[in-house]
Design a protein around this ligand. Structure first.
Ligand SMILES: Nc1ncnc2c1ncn2[C@@H]1O[C@H](COP(=O)(O)OP(=O)(O)OP(=O)(O)O)[C@@H](O)[C@H]1O
Ligand SMILES: [Zn+2]
Length: 610
């Protein structure tokens, strides 16, 4: 009996043949991706391309079953291909060890697929694939999981909601002053250790850390200035790396001198307990007999003395790595050596865990185990293989509906996996909702520009296409994800080449009509690279574009029931339902709330996580 006989029987010959001929793209070969690839290959999808930028880590092996111990440090995409090929040698698998945002994966490339599957773990890459599929007019099946929660959504341009139709919760950040001056929860000390202390000693600068919110800096200008001086002093300590005095200097600076300064701000401690500085020599005396192997006890909360031992030991390890790096990069001043925090890098995790707990002790905050700190610093909740397997199965069932002849879009559903205590089953589903007419990504006009990047300038787009071909008047702006590059008061970029403005074939440009009367909806431009004859324009508009008027002012979302309904008939999903990946991060003690974003409630109160 042929290996595909039963599959053919259960799917029916016509669907089976279409699956056999289908060319699909799977973005992400992690927890969901491994399960999904197995399903695609065993069902007989004719050609599957895999894109993943990462290499295999020890911590992936418990659930990413296409990978084995001997694959650690190898490309996920390539090993996934190798392992899954053995399940069904009749299908073709193509692996790309790359970032899906790389320019080689342009709109034309997306057009070469019948279907696209997202098996990703982050908002940024998902949004990018969403935009690419809209520009290429390809159906995207997005699968996501967070712990026990999961979702599968079918996104078809103009028919169903896209990934951006519901605004997503911005990642949680903390005001700088909370982190640096008045921490009150373990997470504040963990962010301090990871995004301030570690980066100032071994990395670049805290200013770039996404967890730190600088929006209130102006209001606290004098305190921020003092904090800045503290950071500079800490950076100087970097010069002591490798010297006998290094560890004590770091310790004295951040756990003694800086704390003394904070204590002197009496107003800050009127309603809370003032921090207590630590003494290096006293702790040295108290820690004789504690072995550095205590760092391996990752489930228990270390004592102050144990944290001190791990702090010193991890600083030794990191200092040595930093020195080695410096030696190997000697003479190459353009790349100063830096170390970066990685939750799977024991040396960096030990340092962050020990430093966070020392700071927690100073501020009378509960300490956390290294295991808990790994979850919180890595902003992760445990991934659950079963959830991944369920969504990877459901997403293929949705793909069947789309591949039928004729396609059964009306039967396609958004499916959610929940473990809410009052929910009757494991999954819930709803029909696909129509696009949000105010969505900045899909309720817009789209156009493609054929572009010769060797000579195209911004002027060729602004003057040659937008004004000459699409009748934009003077009042409009053009922006990339990085910001505005053209508007009536910003004309300096017109003579610049697109490459100088970091615009490539993977870039989307947004044209916003700023006219007072009847402005048109936003226009999203994507690029097709082509070498064009010198006597022709460097940017061409191959097809006519219709740009409708912008809809009237957006109604205020109703906050009464936590929904943000816009279409009168059906309630739109709220952030928790629609974006489980980002709304639903939980710790072991996490508790899901039924509406609104998800909170972690730990002993120190509730905090929102992205
Ligand atoms: N921009 C991107 N381009 C290509 N692949 C990506 C991109 N962003 C994320 N990925 C991949 O998506 C996959 C998501 O899988 P998963 O959620 O299981 O994460 P993981 O990194 O394997 O696990 P964990 O984060 O729990 O350690 C990862 O393999 C990751 O490398
Ligand atoms: Zn949309």
């Amino acid at each position: 009996m042929g290996r595909d006989k039963l599959t053919r029987q259960s799917l029916g010959g016509s669907l089976y043949n279409r699956i056999n001929e289908a060319k699909v793209l799977m973005v992400g070969a992690g927890g969901i991706g491994c399960e999904l690839l197995k399903n695609l290959v065993l069902t007989g999808f004719g050609e599957t391309h895999i894109v993943d930028l990462d290499t295999i880590d020890l911590s992936n092996l418990n659930r990413q079953f296409l990978f084995r111990h001997e694959h650690i440090k190898k490309s996920k995409a390539l090993v996934a291909k190798e392992s899954a090929s053995r399940f069904n040698p009749a299908v073709k698998i193509v692996a790309h060890h790359a970032n899906i945002k790389d320019p080689q994966f342009d709109v034309e490339w997306f057009k070469s697929f019948d279907l696209v599957f997202n098996a990703l773990d982050n908002l940024e890459a998902r949004r990018h694939v969403n935009r690419m599929c809209l520009a290429a007019d390809r159906i995207l099946l997005d699968a996501g999981t967070t712990g026990w929660q999961g979702s599968v959504t079918v996104i078809k341009k103009g028919v169903s909601q896209c990934y951006d139709c519901n605004p997503k919760e911005a990642p949680k950040s903390f005001p700088v002053c909370t982190i640096r001056t008045t921490p009150s929860q373990p997470i504040h000390c963990i962010i301090w250790a990871k995004s301030y202390l570690f980066t100032e000693i071994f990395g670049t600068s805290e200013d770039d850390a996404p967890e730190l919110d600088h929006s209130e800096d102006q209001e606290n200008a004098s305190e921020i200035e003092k904090l800045r001086k503290e950071s500079q002093a800490l950076k100087k300590i970097r010069e002591l790396i490798g010297k006998e005095t290094f560890k004590k200097s770091v310790f004295d600076k951040v756990f003694h001198e800086d704390i003394d300064r904070l204590r002197s701000m009496e107003d800050a401690w009127k309603t809370r307990k003032a921090p207590e500085p630590l003494q290096y020599d006293k702790l040295v005396a108290e820690t004789t007999g504690i072995a550095s192997s205590v760092a391996q006890s990752d489930q228990k909360e270390w004592t102050l003395q144990e944290s001190f031992v791990v702090f010193n030991d991890s600083l030794d390890r990191l200092g040595k790595r930093f020195q080695d790096l410096k030696e190997t990069s000697n003479g190459n001043s353009s790349t100063p050596p830096i170390l970066t925090f990685d939750k799977d890098d024991e040396d960096t995790l030990d340092f962050v865990a020990a430093s966070a707990n020392l700071r927690s002790h100073i501020f009378s905050i509960d300490s956390k185990s290294k295991f808990d700190i790994k979850q919180m610093a890595g902003n992760i909740i445990p991934a659950i293989a079963t959830t991944n397997a369920i969504v990877a199965g459901i997403v293929v069932l949705e793909a069947f509906k789309i591949l039928r002849d004729p396609p059964e879009f009306d039967k396609a559903r958004s499916v959610f996996l929940t473990r809410l205590s009052n929910s009757p089953g494991v999954t819930a589903s709803e029909s696909l909702l129509p696009p949000n007419p105010y969505c900045p990504t899909c309720s817009v006009a789209q156009a493609q520009l054929v572009t010769d990047f060797t000579r195209a300038k911004l002027k060729d787009i602004v003057e040659g296409v937008l004004k000459a071909k699409l009748n934009y008047s003077e009042d409009f702006s053009v922006s990339t994800e990085a910001g505005v590059i053209f508007e009536p008061d910003l004309e300096d970029n017109l003579e610049k080449k697109l490459s100088e403005l970091s615009i490539g074939k993977e870039t989307f440009l947004t044209v916003r009509d700023e006219a007072d009367d009847c402005p048109r909806t936003n226009l999203i431009l994507s690029m097709i690279e082509k070498s064009l004859p010198a006597d022709e324009g460097a940017v061409q508009l191959p097809e006519a574009v219709v740009i409708p008027q912008r809809p009237q002012a957006k109604p205020e979302p109703s906050m009464s029931n936590g929904s943000n309904a816009t279409n009168g008939t059906k309630r739109k999903r709220d952030a928790t339902e629609a974006d489980l990946e980002d709304a639903g991060k939980m710790s072991k003690k996490g508790k899901v709330q039924e509406s609104g974003p998800i909170t972690i409630e730990d002993d120190d109160g509730a905090i929102l996580l992205d």
